[in-house]
Ligand binder design. Structure first.
Ligand SMILES: *[C@@H]1O[C@H](CO)[C@@H](O)[C@H](O)[C@H]1NC(C)=O
Ligand SMILES: *[C@@H]1O[C@H](CO)[C@@H](O)[C@H](O)[C@H]1NC(C)=O
Ligand SMILES: *[C@@H]1O[C@H](CO)[C@@H](O)[C@H](O)[C@H]1NC(C)=O
Ligand SMILES: *[C@@H]1O[C@H](CO)[C@@H](O)[C@H](O)[C@H]1NC(C)=O
Ligand SMILES: *[C@@H]1O[C@H](CO)[C@@H](O)[C@H](O)[C@H]1NC(C)=O
Ligand SMILES: *[C@@H]1O[C@H](CO)[C@@H](O)[C@H](O)[C@H]1NC(C)=O
Length: 893
């Protein structure tokens, strides 16, 4: 009796799956999309210090080489924090809020009095050895002021900041003070053109607007001085580089985009032209930065932030950019790295031009005047009598004026991104160099996300390995800024709500030798007893580290926990084995032979948190070993000596383990009833303080609401897909469909029910975590201590009143898992095909209930807080297949 009614929810789900299958066949190279190895929630974060005040919007940060003080600009205030411990109450504050009169003016101008009509500190840098300089939006009337550093007070009346600071808090902006001259880039005034300026004291220079506009709706994200004069044999000048995204002007054969990422540069010694380009840069040139997935016509065009990594020499400077997609509602980011020499190469290459305004730009193939337009003054020019830009010939300056753009694009190192993520929006990053024990220099990337997380990655042979993801801010919010101090061994992270200081590495998190080695954290090494920070060790010769391969050095270590279990025939038993690494896969053996194919019929299920023995049989007794397989290394984690008996004594043996808390399982009292008639054990409710949450009715309600939510999500997804599809068809050549961007394809993550509050697991976890005493550490993270589990409790699933007969025929083949609908909301990802099973689950809940039993019931044992969702779903799925057989459920009751 096939009772699958096509419900609305089901149709929706189905249509989602169909869309996904039909549309998203794109498979970008998955090796660039890296799963973070460790996930640490904010509750488990160690060594974290925080600074918070009544102010919000901590956006600017300044940390100097000596790293004594961390200066932070927020909304209406500037702080000087002790960089060695920002939480110390020694913070110095300058309150600088916009006057109420100015706030009123701002509101009358039609600005938002909840965001814009405040004094957002947008600029904060050193001016000279005794003073800092800062600028604030001052409720839409920018002001700047000097700060006496020692006393930490404003040392002068604020001065007009119109030409130095944007009017609002979100307008793209970057600025530098170099030799007491201020270089800024922004679209300062709401209706103004974007501009790169040298403001003070003299001579003031700007970018050109006519006849050729040098910048088009540019959104600036960063700037940097590169002292190219140092060590230059040609007598080159220092240069200032600006990074931004702007409206695209060029027409190329392969694609067109509305916006593109750019790098522009000017020479520090530029003084403008004599007549042509008077008070304008004579050295302005810009080039396109590309960041594309190799072999896919798929481009990250939006530059979100740029980190400039100084090298040993200026020529070795590296630029690390975070890129996003033009579609705002699509989460995806890429990290591309550029070398200075590649940027210089583009500026040495052919120019672009547009013949008549309105048409697109093409490569210029005509004659190029001499000296080469847009170059800095060098010894060659000086030898010709041109020692300042005002001496440049008119024809050169006229060429500069009309040819600000280079034809050659700047390609990233290896012509591909270092990292590509289709689930994370990175906002900012900072890079730290450290020498590993192997003598190699490693780049550690700290990347902040739009949801308050920090990802730390190490680059090994051109590939990134994400060592960990840390939830720095519990409340999802974008990371505004990141600073690294090697002296303080800290990374500082700012966000709308506050500033956090984290150690560059927290090696003590890794409790075993393999954990330490697998982490591939260049700061961390195993000293035989624990994972330590190599910078804290006087002697490094005995330390074990393997950053290159993350594999060897721990062969002689043993860290297995041994446990015993005694259960009754017919019970469902979960043997817990929580793997702390997201990259590890579990492997189980029974009496040294691998458990093959945990199929529907095998009686076994593996999940992220353990092995489930379904309806245990006597012949399944034996020694179970759980291995974690990571990086091709198999490590035993825990063994269970499982005894499955027909009749167990009323008070089963309690096996003390190393952990005195984990008193093991108190089985429900055996019943006299034959199994098929066994009612719900009467003791169930008393055993389960929260059992009312799990009654069939509540479960039903729960699943109903789950379906409603999923249906809603899919509806949203469908609408977005339609919308985006429409936009794509209209806006672009259909080729880069969202499918490319969205990248709906299975990943490693697909197989792991990730233990994060950020995806579907969250919803499911909630259903289980009602057992948790709300102590935060419940979501499957950091549960392991010293290689042992803190709790030994385990779950038993006892079929409720209607028990399905064991199924003799093989069940119908499992339906193919629907392709993971990827975009744009990760909530629609169901690693275990949940979406396909839901309707049946609901049906099942009608006729049957499953009772989760907490076996170790003593008050002092830790609450049950393991993710059980996957097992539950699999069980339910299995039961569903049983149901599909032409035997009504009821017959088994
Ligand atoms: C400032 O912070 C508030 C909340 O703290 C946030 O809603 C707002 O978007 C932030 N504004 C900016 C410009 O970051
Ligand atoms: C900064 O904090 C450290 C550690 O708490 C302390 O030793 C030091 O004196 C503080 N420095 C200042 C300037 O307060
Ligand atoms: C903004 O203005 C509204 C009145 O238009 C007022 O009720 C509200 O309190 C103001 N908000 C702030 C933050 O000043
Ligand atoms: C730094 O600049 C400030 C503001 O212009 C000035 O008052 C101060 O004297 C300068 N300090 C030095 C050492 O030049
Ligand atoms: C440039 O060179 C001329 C002579 O060649 C000299 O008179 C002038 O002072 C120099 N200008 C600068 C700014 O060095
Ligand atoms: C498992 O436990 C039983 C007793 O409960 C014992 O006889 C057997 O030797 C144990 N097996 C292993 C491999 O330790």
């Amino acid at each position: 009796m096939h009772r699958a009614r096509p419900s609305a929810a089901r149709l929706l789900l189905l249509s989602c799956c169909l869309c996904a299958t039909a549309g998203y066949s794109f498979r970008p190279p998955s090796d660039l999309d890296v799963t973070p190895r460790i996930t640490v929630l904010s509750s488990g974060l160690q060594g974290c210090r925080r600074f918070q005040s009544s102010a919000v919007n901590y956006s600017t940060m300044m940390l100097e080489a000596d790293s004594k003080r961390l200066y932070v600009g927020a909304r209406g205030a500037v702080f000087a924090l002790n960089a060695s411990d920002i939480s110390a109450s020694s913070a110095l504050t300058i309150e600088w809020e916009a006057s109420s009169e100015q706030k009123l003016q701002c509101k009358l101008k039609g600005k938002d009095n909840k965001t814009e009509c405040f004094n957002h500190i947008r600029f904060l840098q050193r001016f000279n050895s005794t003073h800092l300089y800062m600028c604030g939006t001052y409720a839409f009337r920018p002001l700047c002021a000097y700060i006496n550093e020692e006393k930490f007070v404003m040392s002068s009346q604020p001065e007009d900041g119109k030409d130095k600071c944007p009017y609002g808090p979100t307008m793209g902006y970057t600025g530098l003070i170099i030799d007491q001259q201020m270089y800024t880039a922004s679209q300062y005034w709401f209706r103004g053109f974007p501009d790169i300026r040298r403001n003070s004291p003299f001579p003031t220079l700007k970018t050109e607007d006519a006849p050729t506009r040098w910048l088009n709706e540019a959104d600036f994200v960063g700037s940097a001085l590169v002292r190219e004069s140092s060590g230059s044999s040609a007598g080159d000048d220092d240069k200032i580089y600006f990074f931004f995204t702007e409206k695209s002007q060029e027409q190329t054969t392969t694609y067109s985009h509305s916006r593109v990422a750019r790098v522009a540069r000017v020479c520090k010694g530029d003084r403008g032209g004599q007549f042509t380009l008077q008070k304008r840069w004579t050295s302005f040139l810009k080039a396109r930065l590309t960041c594309s997935l190799p072999d896919y016509d798929f481009h990250f065009n939006m530059l979100r932030s740029m980190f400039v990594m100084p090298g040993h020499t200026p020529q070795e400077t590296l630029f690390y950019g975070i890129f996003g997609l033009e579609w705002k509602n699509v989460k995806a980011s890429a990290v591309c790295r550029y070398s200075l020499s590649k940027v210089q190469e583009a500026f040495q290459g052919p120019y672009m031009e547009n013949q008549d305004s309105g048409s697109k730009w093409k490569e210029y193939t005509g004659k190029i005047p001499d000296p080469r337009p847009g170059t800095c003054i060098t010894d060659t020019l000086r030898a010709r009598g041109i020692n300042v830009s005002t001496s440049l010939p008119d024809d050169v300056l006229d060429f500069v004026r009309r040819h600000p753009m280079m034809s050659q694009q700047v390609q990233p190192s290896d012509r591909r991104p270092l990292l590509f993520s289709r689930t994370t929006d990175y906002t900012h990053m900072a890079v730290h160099m450290i020498e590993g024990l192997d003598g190699q220099t490693y780049h550690l990337l700290y990347m902040g996300t739009d949801e308050g997380w920090l990802h730390k990655a190490v680059e090994v042979k051109g590939q990134l390995h994400i060592i960990e993801e840390l939830q720095v801010f519990e409340e999802p919010q974008p990371i505004n800024n990141l600073q690294i101090s090697a002296e303080q061994m800290s990374v500082y992270v700012s966000s709308p709500s506050g500033v956090a200081q984290l150690p560059l590495s927290y090696c003590a998190r890794y409790s075993t030798c393999y954990d330490c080695i697998f982490s591939r954290d260049p700061h961390c090494a195993w000293n035989g007893k624990q994972c330590v920070d190599i910078t804290s060790q006087a002697k490094t010769s005995a330390l074990i580290q393997d950053i290159q391969h993350g594999r060897s050095g721990c062969e002689n270590t043993q860290d297995v926990v041994n446990r015993r279990r005694s259960v009754r025939v017919g019970d469902d038993v979960l043997l817990q084995c929580e793997l702390s690494s997201n990259l590890a896969t579990p492997l189980w053996t029974l009496d040294d032979s691998e458990l093959q194919g945990y199929g529907l019929n095998s009686g076994f299920r593996t999940g992220t948190d353990g092995l489930l023995i379904i309806e245990a049989r006597q012949d399944q007794s034996g020694l179970y070993t759980c291995y974690a397989v990571e990086n091709s290394v198999k490590i035993a984690i825990v063994t269970y000596n499982v005894t499955i008996g027909l009749d167990l004594p009323p008070s089963p043996p309690v096996e003390p383990t190393e952990d005195s808390n984990s008193l093991l399982p108190t089985l429900p009292p055996p019943t006299q009833h034959p199994r098929s008639e066994r009612p719900v054990p009467p003791s169930a409710s008393s055993l389960l303080p929260h059992s009312e949450l799990l009654t069939p009715r509540n479960m039903k309600a729960m699943y109903l609401s789950l379906i409603t939510i999923l249906g809603g999500l899919c509806m949203v997804l469908t609408v977005v897909l339609v919308y985006v599809g429409f936009c794509l068809r209209v806006g672009n050549r259909g080729k880069y469909s969202l499918r490319a961007a969205a990248a709906a394809y299975p990943t490693k993550r697909h197989n792991r029910n990730r233990k994060q509050s950020r995806n579907s697991a969250h919803m499911e976890l909630k259903t289980i975590s009602s057992h948790c005493n709300g102590n935060g550490v419940c979501n499957g993270v950091s549960k392991k201590h010293n290689g042992d589990f803190q709790e030994g409790g385990f779950l038993q699933i006892v079929p409720g009143e209607g028990h399905t007969l064991p199924n003799k025929e093989p069940p119908p083949p499992a339906p193919p898992l629907p392709p993971t609908p990827l975009l744009p909301s990760p909530e629609c990802e169901f690693p275990n095909g949940l979406s396909a099973t839901l309707p049946s689950v609901l049906r099942r809940m009608n006729g049957n209930s499953y009772v989760l039993l907490r076996q170790s019931d003593s008050e002092n044992t830790s609450p049950l807080c393991y993710s059980f969702s996957e097992e539950l779903n699999k069980i339910l799925e299995k039961r569903k297949h049983t149901q599909l057989l032409p035997r009504p459920d009821e017959s088994s009751v």
